[in-house]
Design a protein around this ligand. Structure first.
Ligand SMILES: [Zn+2]
Ligand SMILES: [Zn+2]
Length: 683
């Protein structure tokens, strides 16, 4: 608290400290800086002064999953949080005004749009009962209960009504009420969902928070934009059914999805991106280009790699294995199943069994498919005694793992029941860990750059020391592990954000999310500490001191899942793979049958050079053959007729660049081979 209780000190991001009367609002602070800032501000971020540094607490990407608690539960006073511009400030704080430039501000706009939508729904369909309406990464939704289904026309009417609510520019006003009174009200009006949220997320005796705009009110802890008029660009998107609390015995809710942006231009760009994403959908392209399939008769989430997809996979796998060997990894292969007893020792049987295939009863024991490769690599480590001279030991495997996903949750190559991890486990001395982490990060960067991803974001997930029981390993181990991950990132000058409480129970981790051509984030590479398995399997090495020590263990996967990485590649390149990855690099089009012999000669020349080639010998018109190769997104199309055959040339068409005219076959071969060998992503 301030020395003078009548005034508070507000610490601003530029380091300045301003004094205000107690009860002043972030809006007052903004006005004192400039009326323009006050008009541009959307919401404020405040933090208590006791927080050592102003490291922003980040919300996890899937925050809306944990959204209910964050929407209704009281925010901790001592934590950094977002507040309304009209929230009275009663103590010294750090304060940052968020404008449209801030991602978190957009979430506040979107959640406010959800209130606007609920306002519209109740005005049009007053019998509707409200669930909840959080912001999501792509927009917002609101869950409604109404026996009559909303029709597409209803959605249009809702959107039109929302425009009215926005035009009314109603202030979002925060109000408080004793919990018991609210609960009684909700129960009386049969608002069973709101009653549930109050019971679940607030405590008896509390005052609970509502937001009112016009006649509409919603139980919510906010924050919100100042008025409905600040929801400037929005769209009602779609509707889906969902059972209340995910239980089919409960009433079915109607979840209406929408999205909102700061401007109409951004909204338009969003829809253009969505359209582009649809055009790039790996499931559609996978079929068109005959890369892979999922077969109903075999089961959901199980991938069949067709010859062209399999060729890309071969290239990915060979590249990865070669890189591993270059970097001092040893390649291993391990079984796909193991006795349940192994999974008991590793702990998977206890904490991971809900993600595992059920046991198979054989004559000697029960077996389970492996959901992870780690225990197998641990067994190889343990199979011979190790001394400090052997460390670091790095085992790498492209290991097939099987994880149970609920039927209906699978999604193409992205969410599957069987996949291949480019998995590796590093066992080392504590003194070696930092260098190992640095090498892992360098390796991950090399993977992403090689496959044509220019941008990535790094997150460091740490534990929550206040939630001690959820984590294995001593305080010292956690502190040391987090320190070495941080230091490694700093040594590489890689910006990262720290996410508290997102670590695995067995140790902290670094996640690397790549940014694809549409700006979408994909979680693929991960580097994780493990305090658990070395202890459970009693791993050892003999140190320089002649004593037995426990090695430090790191899990790391860079593609993550080969299937998923392939799916991302398909979408990133819209199926037009760079030359070095293209399953067919050149398509040869003989103009007529008498050019087949020369076409064969070209093929064998290119095959000898290590290129992948196809000839279209069908009795079709030249244009049709060129078109078919073009539709297959093949980098080069080589047309050959009399002139080419006589002069030993090819008539070259390059994907995306059109007809390049004639070129000597040898020149083409040399040039194409050099480009493929360079792994350029330019073609
Ligand atoms: Zn709200
Ligand atoms: Zn592992």
């Amino acid at each position: 608290m301030s020395a003078n209780a009548d005034s508070i000190k507000v610490h601003l991001p530029d380091g300045s400290i301003k004094e205000f009367p107690a009860g002043s609002t972030p809006h007052d602070v903004a006005m004192s800086i400039s009326p323009r800032l006050a008009a541009a501000a959307v919401v404020a971020r405040i933090a208590p002064l006791t927080t050592a540094t102003s490291t922003p607490t980040e919300t996890p990407a899937d925050a809306h999953e944990a959204g209910e608690a964050s929407m209704y539960g009281a925010a901790a006073e001592d934590a950094e949080r977002l507040v309304d511009l009209s929230a009275p400030l009663d103590r010294d704080v750090r304060l940052q005004l968020l404008t449209e430039k801030d991602e978190d501000a957009l979430k506040v706009v979107r959640h406010s749009a959800a209130h606007v939508m609920a306002t519209a729904v109740l005005e049009l369909f007053p019998e509707t009962k409200l669930g909840h309406g959080p912001a999501t990464d792509a927009g917002y939704f609101y869950d409604f209960y109404r026996p009559t289904p909303f029709t597409p026309e209803d959605l249009k009417a809702i959107e039109a009504k929302m425009a009215e609510v926005v035009a009314r520019n109603e202030p979002f006003v925060r109000e408080w009420e004793p919990r018991d009174k609210s609960l009684e009200r909700f129960k009386e009006s049969n608002d069973f969902m709101k009653a549930h949220f109050v019971e679940r997320f607030t405590k008896p005796g509390e005052e609970i928070s509502f937001y009112r705009n016009g006649k509409f009110e919603d139980f919510c802890r906010g924050p919100h934009v100042p008025t409905t008029g600040r929801v400037k660009a929005f769209k009602v998107m779609s509707i889906a059914g969902a059972y209340w609390l995910g239980d089919e015995k409960n009433p079915q809710l109607q979840r209406i999805y929408g999205t909102a942006f700061f401007s109409a231009k951004e909204l338009e760009q969003h829809f253009a991106r969505l359209e582009e994403a649809q055009r790039r959908d790996h499931r559609v392209l996978g079929k068109q280009l005959d890369l892979f399939s999922i077969q109903e008769v075999a089961g959901a989430g199980l991938i069949f790699w067709h010859p062209k997809g399999a060729m890309i996979r071969k290239i990915m796998e060979e590249w990865m294995r070669d890189e591993c060997v270059k970097r001092g990894y040893s390649l291993v292969y391990t079984p796909h199943v193991a006795r349940v007893n192994l999974w008991q020792i590793s702990g998977h049987e206890g904490f991971y069994s809900q993600n595992m295939y059920t046991p198979m009863e054989l004559d000697d024991a029960d077996y389970r498919m492996k959901p992870m490769n780690c225990p197998f690599h641990v067994l190889i480590y343990k199979n011979t005694p190790k001394s400090y001279r052997d460390l670091p030991v790095r085992y790498a495997e492209l290991g097939n793992v099987y994880r149970y996903e609920r039927s209906g949750t699978m999604h193409g190559l992205l969410r599957v029941r069987g996949f291949t991890q480019d998995d590796a486990h590093i066992f080392c001395q504590p003194s070696q860990i930092e260098d190992e982490i640095v090498s892992c990060i360098e390796f991950a960067q090399h993977v992403l750059e090689t496959f044509g991803f220019k941008e990535f974001k790094v997150e460091l997930s740490t534990w929550d020391p206040n939630d001690r029981k959820s984590y294995a390993g001593s305080d010292e181990k956690w502190a040391a592990a987090i320190h070495s991950l941080e230091t490694a990132l700093q040594r590489k000058s890689i910006p990262f954000r720290t996410i508290k409480g997102e670590a695995a129970f067995y140790g902290p981790k670094i996640d690397i999310k790549l940014v694809d051509v549409l700006g979408r984030l994909w979680q693929l590479s991960t580097v994780q500490f493990d305090f658990n398995l070395p202890a459970r399997f009693e791993l050892e090495y003999v140190g320089e001191d002649g004593e037995r020590h426990q090695p430090v263990m790191v899990h790391r996967a860079l593609y993550g899942s080969v299937e998923r990485f392939f799916g991302v590649l398909i979408e990133h390149y819209a199926g037009a793979f760079p030359l070095w990855l293209a399953p067919v690099q050149a398509g040869i089009v003989p103009i007529s049958e008498r050019h087949h012999a020369y076409a064969e000669k070209i093929r064998s020349t290119l095959l000898d050079a290590g290129m992948r080639v196809e000839i279209d010998e069908r009795n079709e018109k030249m244009q049709a053959k060129i078109r078919d190769f073009t539709l297959q997104k093949i980098p080069y199309v080589l047309v050959v007729g009399d002139k080419e055959a006589e002069t030993g040339a090819v008539s070259l068409r390059v994907r995306g660049q059109g007809d390049q005219g004639s070129m000597a076959l040898n020149d083409f071969t040399t040039r194409a081979k050099a480009l493929a060998d360079s792994r350029s992503t330019e073609l």
